[in-house]
Design a protein around this ligand. Structure first.
Ligand SMILES: *[C@@H]1O[C@H](CO)[C@@H](O)[C@H](O)[C@H]1NC(C)=O
Ligand SMILES: *[C@@H]1O[C@H](CO)[C@@H](O)[C@H](O)[C@H]1NC(C)=O
Ligand SMILES: *[C@@H]1O[C@H](CO)[C@@H](O)[C@H](O)[C@H]1NC(C)=O
Ligand SMILES: *[C@@H]1O[C@H](CO)[C@@H](O)[C@H](O)[C@H]1NC(C)=O
Length: 496
């Protein structure tokens, strides 16, 4: 058996040549050229693992040979001063109880099959490898997996992660969506005084900490399905009172409680805890405080969605601890269909005043697009383009004038323009001079309104006014301006 020293990289002088000879040794075998690399193991040794073989007073070559001759050798420690040699069939990242720790005179050798591949690994130049010997790509971890170093968690995880108590976890201001994604907690959600904002409950969450700020009345409910027409628990909170309800649509409506209390949600975020696990409703001002409300439902609902709104024409601000995502979260394919329930709008900020929107709609009646100036619904100047209203017989453009009310234009007969089964395509051209609405690829609008006094459009988006059914929207072409990671974002970042 012959052990060939190899040298790699640029070697500026004799000393580093000697160092490379000491740190990198070929472990010749008939099938592969395994290399023992001590490039990240100088002054360190592997502890926490039981050696497969221990030798004393041997030469470095003898230690290499011991590794080579042992089936499954993955690494070894060698101390030239004492000739101590510890051969392992494991290596640094095989268990989070193994540690490569500083040790005078020792070198930890990792057995790799390719030196250039070794130094191309993600962690090669990071502290986790340089200092802690956790170099291999097999050291990378997902959330919930054992770790020693935060850098092991970061490459596979999106969002802020941390190796905390030897497990990759989302950092404290983030919550875990799945094994590779941490999302921020307490994102500010905005409601406009009219529309609902919907979120899907994930991770089986049935108890949530949240905060509310509004000068008016807000409602927060958990719904068995993605529609108002389903079983739900909800609360209505004003400055002085909280009411709690259980509705099963078309079956029973119960007003469970009315609690008089000063909440002062108008001046600051007020904290609540809402718990509905197994139909045990509990509402308090925060974990560990006395319940404001406690009631056990004999026929528990199983909520899958959470929705909120502010009424009384006022803005609402909400922050939830986590475990809530937009109903379409995770599927941002450009041809996906977005379903929107009644009394709901998805708005985004609009920065230009001459723009086209293109979309497809599938519903029996009422496919609307809204464009408005202010954040609040009732105070706002609004354009509402109604397609297939009046039971799918007419289309129109309505304008709300701040302080004056609604004005109605271009009431146009458009029989059967919408279909309950087929996506129908429309285009709208908004400009300060005119609003023109086109069917599919037609070059002439079927409806047009000359704008007398334009207002600045700051928000626009699809809207479902008044139908029991959800409307299905498909944006054509999908435009990344709709939010992060190409998604459609609900209630977030609308107001700074
Ligand atoms: C070693 O790894 C490098 C970089 O990944 C690769 O280009 C090369 O082909 C590999 N060599 C062998 C013998 O596998
Ligand atoms: C990361 O985890 C450590 C240990 O648990 C903790 O002290 C630190 O605050 C965490 N950092 C962040 C940003 O969460
Ligand atoms: C976690 O969710 C994100 C967003 O849906 C997705 O891109 C990613 O692939 C998921 N990760 C796993 C491990 O499923
Ligand atoms: C309309 O135009 C689009 C894009 O050019 C095309 O894919 C589609 O087939 C056209 N539809 C009709 C009905 O002509």
């Amino acid at each position: 058996m012959q052990l060939l020293p190899v040298s790699v990289g640029r070697l500026p002088h004799a000393q580093s040549l000697l160092m490379m000879v000491v740190l990198v040794m070929m472990l010749l075998s008939p099938t592969s050229a395994l290399v023992a690399s001590g490039r990240r193991g100088q002054g360190r040794r592997l502890v926490g693992a039981t050696p497969a073989e221990t030798l004393s007073a041997v030469s470095q070559e003898r230690c290499h040979l011991a590794c080579h001759q042992r089936a499954g050798c993955r690494s070894f420690n060698f101390h030239p001063g004492t000739g101590q040699c510890q051969v392992f069939t494991v290596t640094a990242c095989d268990s989070s109880s193994y540690i490569v720790e500083p040790a005078d005179g020792w070198t930890f050798y990792d057995v790799v099959d390719n030196l250039s591949a070794e130094s191309e690994q993600t962690l090669w130049s990071q502290e986790a490898c340089v200092r802690d010997g956790r170099c291999r790509d097999s050291c990378l971890r997902r959330l919930g997996q054992g770790c020693r170093h935060t850098q092991q968690c970061q490459p596979l995880v999106t969002g802020v992660t941390n190796c905390s108590e030897l497990v990759c976890s989302c950092s404290s201001n983030y919550w875990r969506y799945n094994e590779t994604l941490c999302l921020p907690r307490y994102t500010q959600l905005f409601t406009d005084g009219e529309s609902w904002v919907w979120k899907k409950i994930v991770n089986g969450m049935c108890s949530t900490d949240f905060r509310i700020k509004s000068t008016g009345t807000v409602e927060v409910g958990v719904f068995a399905a993605y529609t108002h027409y389903t079983g739900r628990y909800f609360m209505r909170i004003s400055q002085t009172k909280m009411d709690v309800f259980r509705y099963v649509d078309g079956v029973s409506n119960s007003h469970l409680a009315s609690i008089s209390k000063t909440f002062e949600t108008d001046s600051r975020y007020v904290r609540f805890n809402f718990h509905w696990c197994g139909g045990q409703l509990r509402i308090s001002r925060g974990i560990g405080t006395t319940n404001l409300f406690s009631w056990n439902d004999a026929s528990p609902l199983q909520p899958q969605y959470l929705a909120m709104r502010s009424s009384s024409s006022t803005e609402g601000y909400f922050k939830f601890a986590g475990d809530l995502v937009d109903p379409w979260f995770g599927d941002w394919s450009s041809d996906r269909v977005y379903s929107i329930p009644r009394d709901t709008m998805v708005a985004r900020r609009r920065h230009e005043q001459d723009f086209w929107v293109e979309f497809e709609c599938r519903i029996t009646r009422d496919c609307n697009w809204m464009a408005r100036e202010q954040t609040t619904w009732h105070g706002s100047n609004i354009w509402k383009v109604i397609i297939g209203g009046w039971d799918n017989s007419h289309s129109a453009i309505h304008r709300h004038v701040s302080g004056a009310g609604w004005q109605f234009y271009t009431h146009t007969a458009t029989p059967a323009i919408l279909s309950a089964t087929e996506l129908r395509r429309f285009r709208i051209h908004f400009s300060p001079q005119a609003i023109r609405v086109y069917r599919d690829n037609q070059t002439e609008p079927f409806m047009a309104h000359q704008v007398g006094a334009p207002f600045t459009i700051n928000y626009d988006g699809p809207h479902m006014c008044c139908n029991v059914e959800n409307v299905d929207f498909r944006l054509v072409q999908f435009d990344a301006g709709w939010g992060y990671e190409g998604g459609f974002r609900w209630g977030e970042d609308l107001v700074s």
